[in-house]
Design a protein around this ligand. Structure first.
Ligand code: AVJ
Ligand code: FE
Length: 426
């Protein structure tokens, strides 16, 4: 797969920016098609979980989003698809999509290819030095790249829920180094949260605003399977004291006794599956597939708490990201300590990559929020229903995450590649 240099679009002249965006579009498409290549047509059209779309829906939706914003929007061209409502995420819930008259796998593949041809022609003639915030710095093209990369992660979550093993191969993980200290002190003081960037950032990351954060301690690395297993074996799932009211209700209703994809082997050992492959539970890797309630209960059991998203973002300051982070190139997390060179200015490791990290915070707009370019990306999700996750996972491409990036999900969700780290007051 081609690799793309990390780029700073505002510093590129329009011709170089176009070449760079074309390379990013190509890289996203190669990742999509490589991922789906080993999946049979039957598994592309099937509903693997009520929580997820059929994979063939994601594929055509990737093309539809691109057609809508770039071919019809920027290019002003005629529709290539006459079934818009099928691929509008707000028209039909994920669990209903397999029943719709969707494009077949072959039709969807041909459709996304036709859209891409038109996209490249539109890019060729686009005026990226425009003062229009949609076109300027190539924002809308980068938005389409991010969208496709986000859906690759969604498709990985779907493949992870299917019974069959996905035939993945990956290089050995880097060798972990022992963490210097289990937690880091982040000193009190204001920090600049969010961003004013208009080349990449989503509306929910804007604008840059000062937040005063009292001193706090935060885990150097995400909580590991080994540490989480101590909570499981100490009876944490059966002790109401560690759970919030809503968390305890979830725990009783689901009968959960450990993270999703874990299995006790009867001899005292544990296994987990990833993409359908069963493996001995790796003690040193960050725990994943815990919901917010489980993360919160673990933190309370440890005498700690989840960090707020302001704390998380402050602690992650200057974390360099790829290539010093596990982003978009493997099929699971690597052990903690594998990326000492990825440490933040405060000594926090693996903030970017490996697992999304649940924070204590609800998804709310920053001061002065303005929906751009469409309210359905974030604005309609603001409120107290969703918890914010930060930092991206092993399944997240570097084009679709940054320190200011905000992800969200319901506090009951476990199928995403989410773990957490804990904090305490300083
Ligand atoms: C930001 C991950 C919550 O998957 O619902 C994809 C991303 N938005 N297409 C989602 C998204 C539109 C979104 N999340
Ligand atoms: Fe989408």
């Amino acid at each position: 797969m081609p690799t793309v240099e990390r780029r700073y679009p505002a510093l590129l002249d329009p011709p170089d920016l176009k070449a760079s965006l074309a390379a990013e579009l190509a890289e996203a498409r190669a990742r999509t098609l490589t991922l789906l290549e080993p999946v049979s047509d039957d598994d592309l059209v099937r509903q693997h979980s009520p929580l997820m779309s059929p994979l063939v829906w994601d594929l055509a939706h990737i093309g539809f989003f691109e057609e809508l914003w770039l071919v019809r929007g920027v290019g002003g061209e005629e529709p290539l698809l006459d079934r818009d409502e099928l691929y509008d995420a707000f028209r039909h819930g994920r669990s209903e999509r397999a029943e719709l008259p969707l494009l077949t796998p072959a039709e969807a593949a041909a459709y996304v290819e036709r859209v891409r041809e038109r996209t490249l022609a539109v890019l060729e003639r686009a005026e990226l030095d425009s003062a229009d915030p949609l076109l300027g710095d190539g924002y809308v093209f980068a938005m389409v790249v991010q969208h496709e990369q986000q859906h690759v992660e969604t498709m990985l979550a779907t493949l992870n829920l299917r019974e069959a093993e996905y035939p993945f191969a990956e290089p050995p993980a880097p060798a972990p180094a022992p963490l210097g200290a289990p937690e880091q002190l982040v000193e009190s003081g204001p920090f600049a949260m969010g961003t004013d960037d208009r080349s990449r950032a989503y509306d929910n990351e804007r604008g840059l605003h000062e937040v005063d954060v009292p001193a706090f301690w935060i885990d150097t690395a995400p909580v590991t399977n080994g540490a989480y297993l101590d909570f499981v074996e100490a009876g944490g799932y059966d002790d109401e004291r560690f759970w919030s009211d809503a968390g305890w209700a979830w725990r009783r209703e689901t009968d959960a006794a450990h993270p999703q994809f874990w299995r006790p082997e009867g001899d005292g050992s544990w296994s987990r599956t990833r993409l359908g492959r069963r493996e001995a539970l790796p003690a040193g890797e960050p725990v994943q597939h815990v919901c917010w309630y489980e993360a919160d209960a673990f933190a309370r059991w440890s005498g700690r708490r989840l960090p707020t998203e302001a704390e998380w973002e402050k602690a992650a300051a200057a974390a360099p990201g790829a290539p010093h982070a596990n982003l978009g190139e493997r099929f699971g997390p690597v052990p903690v300590g594998c990326y000492p060179a990825g440490a933040s200015a405060w000594g926090v490791e693996q903030a970017l990559g490996d697992v999304w990290e649940w924070t204590a915070s609800d998804l709310r707009p920053y001061p002065g929020f303005e929906a751009f370019p469409y309210a359905e990306y974030s604005e309609v999700f603001f409120g107290d229903e969703y918890k914010v996750l930060r930092g991206g996972s092993w399944a997240t491409h570097q084009a679709a995450v940054r320190i200011t990036f905000r992800n969200w999900d319901f506090p009951v969700r476990r199928q995403i590649f989410a773990g957490f780290r804990t904090a305490r007051n300083g």
